[in-house]
Write a protein that binds this ligand. Structure first.
Ligand code: PA5
Length: 443
């Protein structure tokens, strides 16, 4: 049965989950979801010190928001481009919103999310001579990738204006980035103590670049608050779309499904999918558990991974993210070419795209892929805010249903230890390493 939730700009269609997931199966999880919701709200669970995102309207005060908007406006007036330097939760949320909503997403560029010499060299060449603002974002202040990128890219900002054009978003009280900011006189914004990177998009971490890109942050926060209010009003998954989503994922995981694919038919949601993968992957993927979060951009990937989804190993569940309205009018022109498209002449491109979605959902269901659809009324700041909160709280509930701490990421340390040893970072010389000698096969 399609579920309409009229208090939100989001609706959840769960028709094609059946027969794998029925409303009765979700209802069987009501008590569990209620229990977990209680733990989350009472702060009685592992990681409870990281739930500052639960009330999005309280993350920043009105004064802080006004200050942030003023900084964003000043930087946007005085520069051509903002370089956001960060990795994981320190850049993905901002990028998700900017790519989805900004009139000119290219005004914000990103570094520190990889260590490619080619990528950084090209960025440097591209922005040489441009007026560049840098927002360096790191809660710990010590993450290797953004620290290297900051050193490398800093020369893009003219030394004489560094004080005005570099802004650091970091811990309120400690860390080497904070120390550097104080020493150099850069403006600083705070990553709140009680919010981890991947839940931080509605703090200064995401909001400063988002505001720089010209996006009104008030409706973004209002949309998140609308979803937060609904979730606070009921923990019943049959009345709460985020909790329905969490419970349905749990049913599928318990049935042996191994992968959840988030699929969009709108390219400007590509980075929202990337943000979602980080949120779910880092929050739930521990203790040998959880659905592996993957994503596809349709219809592009219908001509590649679509084959696997339709007929490959039956371990996939799918969630579609669909924008229902608000798309620009673009009609398919008449033509004398014999391309067989006359039956679509005069038709809206967005109509054809919507039929492609309906056809895909139906075909994948027939192919044994249970799927549900999150509908957005339209793609605007309010619905993005609601969607961000929807995914955040569903992730916390889903992780707690698996009995993992959804707010830590201990597994991320493993590669770092090995890398620091290989790089000779002081203090890591005697660390145990599983590094084997390469076993090369010559041809
Ligand atoms: O979600 C998280 O906590 C991580 O993805 C971090 O955001 C990421 O590792 C970057 O950390 P930091 O902000 O400390 O540089």
């Amino acid at each position: 049965m399609p579920k309409q939730f009229d208090k939100l700009p989001i609706a959840l269609d769960v028709n094609y989950l059946e027969p794998n997931v029925t409303t009765d199966m979700v209802a069987e999880r009501q008590a569990m979801v209620k229990f977990v919701d209680g733990l989350l709200r009472e702060g009685n669970h592992p990681g409870s010190e990281f739930t500052g995102w639960l009330k999005p309207e309280t993350i920043m005060s009105d004064y802080e928001l006004a200050k942030l908007n003023a900084t964003a406006k000043r930087l946007a007036n005085d520069t051509d481009v903002m370089l956001v330097i960060g990795i994981g939760g320190s850049y993905l949320g901002a990028r998700a919103v900017i790519e989805a909503l900004a009139d000119d997403p290219g005004r914000v560029v990103y570094a520190g999310q990889n260590m490619s010499a080619h990528y950084m060299t090209r960025l440097k060449a591209l922005f040489k001579g441009k007026r560049v603002a840098i927002n360096v974002v790191s809660k710990s202040g010590t993450t290797t990738e953004p620290a290297i990128a900051f050193r490398v890219m800093r020369e893009l900002v003219d030394e004489s204006v560094e004080r005005q054009m570099i802004v650091a978003t970091t811990d309120a009280n400690k860390g080497s980035l904070l120390d550097a900011a104080h020493k150099q006189g850069w403006e600083t914004y705070v990553v709140p103590d009680d919010i981890g990177g991947r839940y931080s998009v509605l703090s200064a971490v995401g909001l400063l670049p988002i505001a720089y890109a010209g996006i009104d942050i008030a409706p973004l926060i209002a949309g998140a608050k609308a979803c937060a209010d609904l979730c606070a009003s009921t923990s019943d998954p049959l009345a709460n779309p985020a909790y329905f989503y969490a419970a349905a994922r749990n049913v599928m995981y318990q049935q042996g499904f191994g992968i959840e694919v988030l699929a969009s038919f709108e390219p400007r949601l590509h980075y929202l999918l990337e943000w979602w993968k980080q949120l779910y992957g880092e929050s739930e993927g521990k203790e040998n558990m959880a659905l592996f979060p993957a994503s596809v951009d349709f219809t592009t990937d219908l001509h590649s991974l679509g084959q696997y989804i339709q007929e490959g190993r039956r371990v996939l569940a799918e969630t579609f993210l669909i924008v229902d309205g608000g798309e620009p009018s673009l009609t398919i022109p008449e033509s004398e070419d014999p391309d067989g498209l006359d039956y679509l002449a005069g038709q809206e491109v967005s109509y054809v795209n919507s039929k492609a979605y309906e056809a895909t959902a139906s075909a994948h269901r027939s192919g044994g892929v249970p799927n549900m659809t999150i509908h957005l009324q339209q793609l605007d700041a309010y619905s993005m805010g609601a969607l961000i909160y929807f995914f955040e709280i569903a992730c916390a509930v889903s992780g707690l249903m698996l009995n993992v701490n959804p707010f830590n990421q201990p597994g991320v340390e493993a590669y770092k230890k090995e890398m620091f040893k290989l790089l000779g970072k002081p203090g890591y010389e005697s660390t145990e390493s599983r590094q084997a000698k390469p076993k090369m096969v010559s041809f």
